[in-house]
Design a protein around this ligand. Sequence first.
Ligand SMILES: NC(=O)c1ccc[n+]([C@@H]2O[C@H](COP(=O)([O-])OP(=O)(O)OC[C@H]3O[C@@H](n4cnc5c(N)ncnc54)[C@H](OP(=O)(O)O)[C@@H]3O)[C@@H](O)[C@H]2O)c1
Length: 309
Amino acid sequence: MSAPAFRSIALLGKFAGHCVTAIQRAESKNVADAAAKSIKVDLTSASGLAEAFKGQDVVVSATPNPVLATEKIWMDAAVSAGVKRIVLSEYSTNMDNEKSKKLPIIYDKLQTRKYAEELGASGKIGWSSVNNGPFFVPFIWTAGWMGPNVQKKTAMFHDGGNKIVCTSTLERIGETVAKILAPEHAADTKNKPIYTYSAAVSERKITDIVSKITGIDFAVTNASVEQITKDTFAAVAKGDNSRNMGFYIPFCWGDGYGGDFRSQAWNEKLGLKEMSDEEIEELLRGFWGRARLTESQAAELGDYLDDSV
Ligand SMILES: NC(=O)c1ccc[n+]([C@@H]2O[C@H](COP(=O)([O-])OP(=O)(O)OC[C@H]3O[C@@H](n4cnc5c(N)ncnc54)[C@H](OP(=O)(O)O)[C@@H]3O)[C@@H](O)[C@H]2O)c1
């Protein structure tokens, strides 16, 4: 996962008395400076991974595009190395909601979850996952995909902009991973998806705060969640997957899809405070000047962003 979340896992792991080792791709050029040590491994090698996992209590996955075929390799390696708990790379929105489960974007993660559930049921290993809603980061909240586009001075509201979604900073996600593994929560969080969030926000709320910070009077476009959902399914039916990011719209804003998962969240049980409005404003102030998408983020958003902003 992106650097700040990993750093939080490492720091809180250390704080909780854990020794954190980074498992990196053999070809990686990234520096895992927050970890106690780093091991570079061929991720397709079950024996290499099992060797790397020896002596570890927990393996936390943060692979970017997890699919069962590749996730299964490290999960089986964790079992054979005697690891007690695996944490799946979900970090998604509501993966336990029946309507959301029909969205193709989480198909691969659901397959991986199913395999973890089988491992958990067999008693071979325990699993957990963390789901956090859209990341509370600039490329999601200031690029016009949801709410304000600071560069273009436009804002996108879905179904009026007042619906609520739970959103999490990367630090909150790292903190949650560390908390669910802590001795006081490890038994309760075994074989479960854990929901967490930093703030429950609407597109209108974020747009109003960004407007206050930047002085921009955003030109608002309203979009229908139902229409976007229909269009995205229709594109997929024609074999066009370039608009798949459209599925994130019902995932976050659709009626009955569970984007507002406050009632499922473990915040209170884990002692994780929700951000105040002042803290949200402070965080958004920090985004100013970093609202531009990186090339890879823009490529990931693809055609959908071009057409919708
Ligand atoms: N809720 C949201 O808004 C949201 C947004 C984005 C992502 N996510 C989810 O968060 C999880 C992590 O995604 P991310 O975008 O944070 O990941 P990322 O930053 O793109 O990649 C994380 C690390 O994985 C390693 N990596 C890169 N390519 C890999 C590959 N092909 N196979 C295995 N490892 C690879 C790299 O570390 P090394 O170089 O050290 O090997 C990289 O730094 C995924 O489950 C993703 O779906 C959620």
